[in-house]
Ligand binder design. Structure first.
Ligand SMILES: *Cc1c(COP(=O)(O)O)cnc(C)c1O
Length: 437
């Protein structure tokens, strides 16, 4: 379905020079909105939503990229959302999602879609209040949530998130299954959880597993079998099953898109076997974050210094790990390209380390897992040139911080070649808002 070509190998200078993003001029974006700047390509987001059209429900894990304009765009594509906090519930509402579905069964025999699902391993007091007051459906990652919800919302229906006893992610920090993960209800605890739910008067209508972020399809495919076994234990109260997220995207040269049609077929077969057993239809959901937004996002940053430390050359740019944290957190690789200020790229290539302005030596975009500084081949750059950090639309802006009292960057959405500011850059006043001397 979406087996597209590999990213171009970074040989030769051509792929390393970028003048436009989604038809808009990189230099003009930088001039108009300042740097560092997050830019999203609306059409890329739509394309990724449509890749998943075979699934009954695509639920966007909004923690990957939660700007209201992005959520509203997803809503236009018929995509619903996952919320992991009270703040994300409020974002979903502000983007136009309803708190809950109208009960009933559709003409297709499928149960209604919950437009917003709160998925977490705990209720803090604020989120318990919010889900109870607004009537938001809950996906419980700990058994204690069951009694806490029952006390506030008698007779509610819930989803349970099960930890199947194994997990996988692009980093240990994003592996969300197995004994090493705090997430979900341990698979062996299911009989106990079902007793607790029955005692509390809650119906378990949903089953969900999510074993990690940015894993590979071979690992993700194991989840279908594990979910099917737990679904049989839960039984006929189930109306919805969710494959969770974790779909990978290609970041490095030579990596390709995964075979999503094969992945759907596997899940659809599990769903059909369960439907036969239960004698009713089951809604099949998928819950990607990264897949829907990663490739749509770019960080534009300006080169402010070019220097040598011994034999190593550094480009220092005005974005840091306060802007994009994935390299310092996970040693993640992001493709980079250069937009020369005067439009004409240098014919030479340099091996450079690219770093930011923060007072911390880990503030390097070209690092590997463990914090080792690596280098990247880029066209020789000068102060004033722009570096474009690519595939930054997932776990990018949402992890940005005010560290070193840096303002959060602006975000811009490009649609049909036209750029629109969807979040203004923070001001010095924003940085001290709420503080007193
Ligand atoms: C983070 C998360 C996702 C999305 O993960 P991706 O790897 O971005 O697809 C889905 N479901 C839950 C519960 C999550 O916490």
């Amino acid at each position: 379905m979406s087996t597209t070509a590999a990213r171009p190998a970074q040989s030769g200078l051509e792929p390393l020079i970028r003048h436009t993003i989604a038809g808009a001029s990189v230099a003009e974006l930088a001039r108009t909105y300042g740097t560092p700047l997050y830019v999203y390509d609306a059409e890329m987001i739509r394309r990724r939503c449509r890749d998943l059209a075979a699934w009954d429900t695509v639920r966007f894990a909004q923690k990957a990229c939660s700007n209201l304009a992005v959520l509203a765009l997803m809503r236009g594509e018929g995509v619903v959302v996952d919320a992991v906090s009270t703040g994300e519930i409020h974002r979903a509402l502000a983007a136009g999602y309803s708190a809950h579905a109208t009960p009933g069964t559709g003409a297709d025999g499928l149960p209604p879609v919950h437009p917003i699902v709160y998925t977490a391993d705990i209720f803090d007091r604020e989120s318990l209040d919010a889900v109870a007051t607004l009537g938001i459906h809950v996906n419980c990652g700990s058994a204690d949530m069951i009694e806490q919800l029952a006390e506030r919302v008698p007779g509610a229906s819930v989803t349970v998130r099960v930890n199947p006893g194994f997990g996988h992610g692009h980093s240990q920090k994003t592996n969300t299954g197995g004994e090493g993960s705090k997430h979900g209800i341990w698979h062996e605890e299911i009989p106990d959880v079902l007793r607790r739910a029955e005692w509390a008067g809650l119906a378990v209508t949903g089953l969900h597993m999510h074993i990690g972020s940015g894993t590979d399809l071979a690992h993700l495919a194991e989840v279908a079998g594990a979910l099917e076994r737990v679904a049989v234990e839960i039984g006929r109260s189930l109306t919805t099953i969710s494959a969770g997220g974790g779909l990978p995207v290609p970041y490095k040269p030579g990596e390709v898109h995964a075979d999503l049609s094969g992945y759907f077929t596997l899940w659809d077969a599990a769903r059909r076997r369960l439907e036969d057993r239960f004698g009713h239809r089951l809604r099949l959901e998928i819950e990607p974050g990264r897949y829907l937004t990663a490739e749509s996002g770019f960080v534009i940053t300006e080169v402010r210094a070019v220097k040598k430390q011994g034999a190593r050359k550094y480009l220092l740019v005005d974005a840091g790990f306060n802007t994009l944290a994935r390299p310092v957190l996970y040693g993640s690789y992001h493709p980079m390209s250069l937009c020369p200020q005067d439009g004409t790229p240098s014919a030479e290539t340099d091996e450079v380390a690219v770093g930011g302005p923060l007072c911390e030596s880990g503030d390097i975009f070209t690092q590997t897992d463990g914090g080792f500084v690596a280098t990247r081949a880029l066209p020789a750059a000068r102060v004033g040139d722009l570096v474009v950090i690519e595939i930054a639309g997932a776990y990018g802006f949402v992890m940005a911080s005010n560290y070193n009292s840096k303002p959060l960057p602006a975000e811009v959405l490009i649609d049909g070649g036209t750029a629109r500011l969807v979040r203004r850059r923070q001001t010095p006043e924003d940085l001290v808002r709420g503080e007193t001397v």
